[in-house]
Ligand binder design. Structure first.
Ligand code: UDP
Length: 243
C-alpha cells in the first residue's frame, strides 16, 4: 500500500504504523527537517475552513490518520486506510527508535513545568534518549526566533511541538527552513499524558475505535468538539461523492 488518499482536500499517507515508523527512521538519516503531522477529523474540518492549514498539512513529509473518523472517511474515496496511526502511539514508537540511536529531543509545549515533568518520566522509560531542552508552549510571536535559536543550540535531532492544533503545525511550518532538527512533529496534548496529568483511554476503547467515546464520558464538556466527528463523516462523504 502506498501513496496518499486526499480527504476533504488533505493528502493522508496510506501507511500502517510499521511503515510510518520506517519513514521516521529514514528521516533521522537525512539532513533536512521532515514535518510530521497527525490530523484527526477535527483538524481536517479546521483545514477546510483554513486554507493556510490545508496547505501546511499538504506539505508535511508524513501525514498520518490520527482517528477512526479519518479511517472511515478514506473508504468513501475508495482508498481505505488500513489502520489508525494515532499520533500519541507514533510518538512513542519514535521514542523507541530514538532510544536505540541516542537521539536528542527538544520538548516544546504545554503549561509551565509540564514539558519538564514529561521529560523526567521519559528519561526513566528511555534511558538512551537525551532530552536536549524543554520549554512551555505559551509565548508571543516575537519570542519565536529566540525559541528556534534555543532549539538549534540544543543540538536536538527531534522537535516535539505540543502546542495544540493548528498552532503547532503553523509553528513548525513557519520555521521549517531555520530549524536544524531532522524531525519536527506536532503532538497536541501528549506532554500532559506523558507527565501523567491526563489519562489515555484504556486499550479496549482504543482498539474498538472508541477513544472519542471514552474522552466524552471523562470530559462531557468536549461534546461540542465531539460533534465534529459526525459532521466530518458527512462532509467527507459528500466530498467523495462529488469527486
Ligand atoms: N498549548 C500550548 N500553547 C498554547 C495552547 C495550548 O502549549 O498556546 C498546549 C496545552 O497546554 C495542551 C496542548 O497544547 O497541552 C493542547 O492539548 P489539546 O488536547 O487541546 O490538543 P489536541 O491534542 O486536541 O490538539
Amino acid at each position: 500500500m502506498n501513496g496518499k488518499v486526499e480527504i476533504v482536500g488533505v493528502g493522508i499517507d496510506r501507511v500502517t504504523m510499521a511503515e510510518a515508523v520506517d519513514r521516521l527512521r529514514e528521516y533521522l538519516q537525512e539532513e533536512r527537517c521532515s514535518m510530521v503531522f497527525t490530523p484527526n477529523s477535527e483538524i481536517l474540518i479546521e483545514a477546510v475552513k483554513d486554507p493556510e492549514l490545508e496547505e501546511i498539512l499538504n506539505k508535511g513529509q508524513l501525514v498520518v490518520p490520527d482517528g477512526i473518523g479519518v479511517v472511515i472517511a478514506s473508504r468513501f474515496y475508495g482508498m481505505p486506510l488500513q489502520e489508525r496511526v494515532a499520533g500519541f502511539d507514533l510518538m512513542n514508537r519514535l521514542f523507541e527508535v530514538g532510544d536505540g540511536l541516542g537521539c536528542r529531543i527538544f520538548m516544546l509545549g504545554g503549561k509551565e513545568g509540564i514539558a519538564e515533568e514529561a521529560a523526567e518520566k521519559l528519561k526513566l522509560r528511555f534511558p538512551g534518549l537525551v532530552v536536549a531542552g524543554t520549554r512551555n508552549g505559551y509565548f508571543d510571536a516575537g519570542d519565536e526566533a529566540g525559541i528556534v535559536e534555543e532549539i538549534n543550540r540544543s543540538g536536538a535531532d527531534i522537535l516535539l511541538a505540543a502546542l495544540g492544533a493548528p498552532k503547532q503545525e503553523k509553528f513548525i511550518f513557519r520555521h521549517r527552513d531555520t530549524l536544524c532538527v531532522k524531525i519536527a512533529m506536532g503532538v497536541g496534548g501528549s506532554f500532559d499524558v506523558l507527565a501523567g496529568r491526563v489519562k489515555r483511554a484504556p486499550e479496549f476503547y482504543q482498539k474498538a475505535g472508541l477513544e472519542w467515546f471514552y474522552r466524552l464520558i471523562k470530559e462531557p464538556r468536549r461534546i461540542g468538539r465531539m460533534m465534529r466527528l459526525p459532521k466530518f463523516i458527512l462532509l467527507s462523504f459528500y466530498d467523495a461523492k462529488t469527486k
